[in-house]
Design a protein around this ligand. Structure first.
Ligand SMILES: NC(=O)c1ccc[n+]([C@@H]2O[C@H](COP(=O)([O-])OP(=O)(O)OC[C@H]3O[C@@H](n4cnc5c(N)ncnc54)[C@H](OP(=O)(O)O)[C@@H]3O)[C@@H](O)[C@H]2O)c1
Length: 230
């Protein structure tokens, strides 16, 4: 996630890691510098971004004492928990998705508002009450993975009908982006867009019925519940 955000922001950054050498790889790729200790980031950076695993907070936080502005990307960790771990810090909690790398991300945000403008450079920013952050993770945080799985299933189905894989991938990829643009332009009027392309008793209606029968809606609802469960 750190790589995606740094890529989208497009500015040199200071990176650190847990010892893997990843920070050096990111600095070489994206510009900036790998530092040997988290304390150096606190000394030199305006904003400290937490992009380690949520369970590593207790281990990472002591070195961040004195940090003034903290952006936490940690799934399932509250603003209050970060404030308790890094006393005195102004904390923004964000749940981005990896499309921030292309500046087409969706970032759900709660806590201090001072970084909203920065985050808006890499996509849309949606402010939510903190109690909805886990639910929002189940919607936009997971989106790249969901869409990748949907695209894969869709391409497989096309190949199953005899379309060569390369062309199937082209059809599905462009259909996904085109349909998403159409929905966005129509203010997310999903029913209107669906009705427009669904003639009574026609091919699209048969396809939609098959998707409903296969449990598409309950699959999404089960997935949201599974992700939001801590
Ligand atoms: N993946 C997503 O789509 C996504 C979306 C939204 C939010 N998030 C959140 O982003 C965070 C990172 O997720 P990820 O998928 O990017 O995980 P990841 O690929 O495992 O990256 C975690 C990074 O944290 C580094 N790290 C561990 N201990 C450290 C320490 N003491 N000091 C500095 N760096 C340390 C690790 O270093 P090493 O390389 O040395 O192990 C690793 O590079 C999680 O909290 C997750 O909830 C992820």
């Amino acid at each position: 996630m750190a790589r995606a955000l740094a890529l989208g922001l497009g500015e040199p950054a200071l990176f650190s890691d847990g010892g893997s050498g990843r920070a050096g790889v990111l600095a070489a790729e994206l510009g900036g510098e790998a530092v040997a200790a988290n304390e150096l980031i606190v000394e030199r950076a305006e904003v400290v971004v937490l992009a380690h695993k949520p369970a590593q907070l207790a281990q990472v936080a002591p070195a961040l004492a004195g940090a003034r502005t903290v952006l936490s990307l940690l799934g399932g960790v509250t603003v209050a928990e970060i404030e308790a771990a890094i006393p005195g810090a102004t904390v923004t909690r964000a749940m981005p998705n990896t499309a921030v790398a292309l500046r087409k991300g969706v970032t759900c945000v709660c806590g201090a508002a001072g970084l909203d403008e920065l985050l808006a450079r890499v996509g849309i920013v949606v402010r939510l009450p903190e109690r909805l952050m886990d639910a929002a993770t189940a919607v936009s945080g997971v989106a790249p993975a969901y869409v990748a799985l949907i695209a894969e299933a869709w391409v497989d189905a096309a190949v199953g009908q005899g379309i060569p894989a390369a062309q199937a991938a082209q059809l599905v990829g462009a259909s996904l982006t085109g349909a998403a643009a159409l929905l966005e332009a129509r203010g997310m009027d999903t029913l209107g867009v669906r009705r427009e392309v669904t003639s009574p008793g026609g091919m699209t209606a048969r396809g939609l019925r098959a998707l409903e029968r296969a449990g598409l809606r309950s699959a999404f609802s089960d997935a949201a519940a599974a992700v939001a469960q801590r």
